[in-house]
Design a protein around this ligand. Structure first.
Ligand code: IPD
Length: 280
């Protein structure tokens, strides 16, 4: 059996359950490694976040603001109506000029994702949704965009996974074992999904599931600002976010739980069956 993704060595028993043993100090180590001495991306990240927060605070002074670049462990997400922002989701792509990064702007009330806007400036693609009012691509195309091939199980599923920036500890073991199991052919005891994609933006992964071009997305280690906006868009398109722990259909999923399994609206097979097949 797979260990719990928040297993020994992680911070499962602390008030904030970190599924991955990352430095919650939010040092952008990826940026530092790739651009030693020239923290350009952090400057862009901060500039975008400042621009967005200044404008939102002016218009909506009563709402809280929770952004990736200004987050500290002493300012956790609360139940207050809160804008939850990732100024650049897909920072590594941004550094590499791989045109797959976005601004992710979410709004949650009592930690329930309620409004979501995700914009990829490279492709000029906009995803948006308000809880109860449907999800849209580029304002006028209702999601899911097309009638996708019915999801009959993992064998015809395209699965988005992410490697994450932390590659250590029990969570790394869970990730690699899960990839191994899902990728192996059935004769070798695996589940063999049709294929994996690892595109480097949590928000765009979720929007792709909402759109119907990816079927599932699993990650432990990303944050509420990576998922909040996409979550509303996904729900409005018939998709679900469930807890990302092995076997976690029954576990309550939380916006700041940092482990998520995202499933598109399935037709022939129920979402629960798909999740159960995922964990095997
Ligand atoms: C990251 C991306 C990436 C995911 C990481 C996130 P960032 O966000 O969404 O796909 O694997 O867990 O932290 O750092 O580019 O905003």
């Amino acid at each position: 059996a797979l260990p719990d993704i928040s297993g020994p060595g992680s911070k499962k028993n602390s008030t904030r359950r970190d599924p991955i043993d990352i430095d919650t100090n939010k040092t952008r180590t990826t940026t530092n490694l790739l651009l030693p001495g020239a923290d350009l991306v952090t400057e862009y990240d901060r500039a975008v976040e400042t621009m967005i927060s200044t404008s939102l605070k002016e218009k909506y002074p009563d709402y809280a603001f929770h952004g990736e670049e200004t987050y500290t462990p002493t300012t956790p997400l609360t139940n207050a109506p809160t804008f939850i922002i990732d100024p650049i989701d897909g920072t590594v792509n941004f550094i590499h000029n791989f045109p797959h990064a976005c601004v992710s702007l979410g709004f949650a009330i009592e930690k329930t994702p309620t409004v979501g806007v995700v914009y990829n400036p490279s492709t000029k693609t906009l995803y948006s949704a308000i809880k109860g009012q449907g999800a849209f691509k580029n304002r006028d195309q209702r999601l899911p965009l097309r009638n996708p091939e019915p999801l009959t199980g993992l064998s015809n599923a395209l699965l988005a996974i992410e490697w994450g920036s932390d590659r250590s500890g029990p969570n790394w073991t869970v990730k690699t074992r899960t990839f191994e199991k899902l990728g192996a052919s059935k004769e070798d005891g695996g589940a063999m999904v049709r294929s994996f994609r690892s595109l480097g933006s949590a928000a765009l992964n979720i929007c792709s599931v909402a759109e119907g071009v990816i079927d599932l997305y699993w990650e432990g280690g990303c944050w509420e600002w990576d998922v909040c906006a996409g979550w509303v868009i996904l729900n409005e398109a018939g998709g679900l976010v469930v807890d990302g722990n092995p076997g976690g259909w029954e576990d309550e999923v939380s916006l700041d739980g940092r482990r998520y399994l995202v499933v598109r609206g399935a037709e022939e097979k129920g979402q629960r069956e798909i999740v159960e097949e995922f964990w095997g």
